[in-house]
Design a protein around this ligand. Structure first.
Ligand code: M6R
Length: 360
């Protein structure tokens, strides 16, 4: 049941510390700076040259996040929408690894793309939550995120767990390709181990309900970010529109001035995600929206320069490794939740949507 919570979504948002603890259990060894993925021992990916990540919806945003982790670690990687794959897949060679990211393991679009990849001779892995799912059976290997059942139609804890597992898998792949572990692996593993507590603290102190209240009844809601923060901006917007039924869009910060800025007015709050990836540029992009009267809500650590510039902010704990985006995402999940609650929406079962989309 929902326990003390009014909705499964809020319960599942609060389950993220536990979900991440379960995901990481036995899979990282921060003391020795080692990744310990049982089915993916060092050497598993030595023959891999490039990676394609295929997924839909929230899982696609996790895939995009994972593709950036891989790119930043020096591996050729692309995130692709599974429903576009049959018409636009890049060439597959026998040194291509295809990673199907799917919470349910039953999404028809993703299964179709996975089958195509299998048929074309790729090595395939699925990152999924459901043991015994079709994706887990049909991919060469499965990496389970162990998030526990997710009942709310809106994916929340599973996004965080997918992103974390893709980070680990990505570093494993990069290490195999380079023949040595990444230089800053120890910091990353220590920060990953600290994530459950960081999220628990954030959940306790969040002002997301007040922010949702302040900006309710706006015309549109925009979310911007750079790099890993871009995938989080896209996810923030998807969550917001899905459960509030309000218009929300996510943009790469630098894209605002290439068109979307025409939509910006005092009625369009802009949530700006700061992840330490050229934050100065993102701040400038946010200020351009502010000049047109849009309130800017910065999602960033305390003491960040954006706090002084923005109209409001949502605080995230300071992290050394590149995990700020995942913390920012939790704040945005809460904003969506509280906004939907104010609007009286059926949060766990938004209209027209199904938890698992088993048709093409
Ligand atoms: O089960 P999957 O991860 O394959 O589902 C893919 C999407 O349908 C799903 O992530 C959807 O976008 C979410 N329910 C949105 O919150």
């Amino acid at each position: 049941g929902k326990g003390e919570f009014d909705h499964f979504m809020l319960k599942e948002i609060h389950e993220q510390p536990t979900a991440l603890t379960q995901a990481l259990e036995g899979r990282i060894d921060p003391e020795h700076g080692r990744i310990a993925l049982a089915d993916f021992e060092p050497g598993t990916f030595t023959d891999i040259e490039s990676v394609q990540l295929i997924a839909c919806g929230t899982s696609y945003h996790a895939a995009l996040y994972g593709s950036l982790v891989l790119n930043q670690a020096g591996v050729h990687a692309t995130a692709l929408l599974a429903n576009e794959y049959s018409v636009s897949s890049p060439p597959i060679d026998d040194d291509t690894l295809v990673i199907a990211v799917t919470q349910s393991g039953e999404t028809a679009d993703t299964l179709n793309a996975l089958r195509q990849a299998n048929a074309e001779g790729a090595t395939t892995v699925t990152v999924t939550n459901v043991v015994g799912s079709t994706a887990a059976r049909e991919a060469d290997e499965a990496l389970f995120i162990r998030a526990g059942p997710e009942i709310g139609v809106a994916a929340t804890k599973t996004f965080s767990s997918q992103a974390v597992m893709l980070t680990l898998l990505g570093q494993r792949i990069a290490a195999d390709l380079r023949g040595e572990p990444p230089a800053d692996l120890e910091t990353l593993l220590a920060e990953l181990a600290a994530m459950p507590d960081a999220i628990a603290g954030l959940l306790e102190d969040s002002d997301a309900d007040a922010i949702a209240d302040r900006y309710a009844n706006s015309q549109s809601y925009f979310f911007i970010g750079r790099g890993l923060g871009f995938s989080v901006a896209l996810e923030g917007a998807l969550k917001f529109k899905e459960i509030t039924y309000e218009h929300a869009e996510g943009f790469a910060s630098g894209e605002l001035k290439h068109g979307p800025l025409a939509l910006v007015t005092p009625e369009t709050p802009v949530f700006a995600v700061f992840t330490g990836e050229e934050d100065e540029k993102t701040l400038k992009n946010a200020e351009e929206a502010q000049t047109r009267g849009a309130p800017v809500i910065a999602v960033c650590p305390a003491g960040h320069r954006a706090v002084d510039v923005a109209d409001d902010h949502l605080e995230i704990p300071e992290m050394e490794a590149d995990l700020a985006g995942l913390l920012a995402n939790v704040q945005l999940q809460l904003v969506s939740y509280y906004a939907a609650e104010l609007l009286g929406r059926p949060i766990d079962k938004p209209r027209n949507l199904a938890k698992s989309v088993t048709v093409e």
